[in-house]
Design a binder for this molecule. Sequence first.
Ligand SMILES: [Zn+2]
Ligand SMILES: [Zn+2]
Length: 147
Amino acid sequence: MSHEGIRFVSKEEARRTVQQDRTLPPEATQPAKVRVNKTEGTGMEIDWKDGHHSSWTFAWLRNACPCATCHEEREASGRQPGEPRPKANNPLPMYEPPPRPTLVAPVGRYAISFTWNDGHSSGIYSWDFLRRHCTCDECKLHHSQQS
Ligand SMILES: [Zn+2]
Ligand SMILES: [Zn+2]
């Protein structure tokens, strides 16, 4: 993307690029309508220009945070984006309020960012990333056939 300027492409990112090599038509990564159900606390829904509909829970989005820190942490523990952190082995589990954004902001024309109720806000969720991680049955089937 031209507006991203020059950036260092790590081995990790290069690998991710290979994984995401399947090119999507532009209509598939342009949202026609974005609904963030912040008050209801349910999640985000996007109607794409190609007619596809995606929805994600806030918990999924929080666990899929694409920032470098979260990405590395997931890689280290072998989790997929959106997969929750295992809660086992904690004799005194602390109550964690369910993830919810306190602030939602567009990032240019290509992404959206959330400030979460746990204070984390470094993730930039590009439309491309979101479309590739659509959680609908049809797309999930496609993902599993690919791997
Ligand atoms: Zn993060
Ligand atoms: Zn889908």
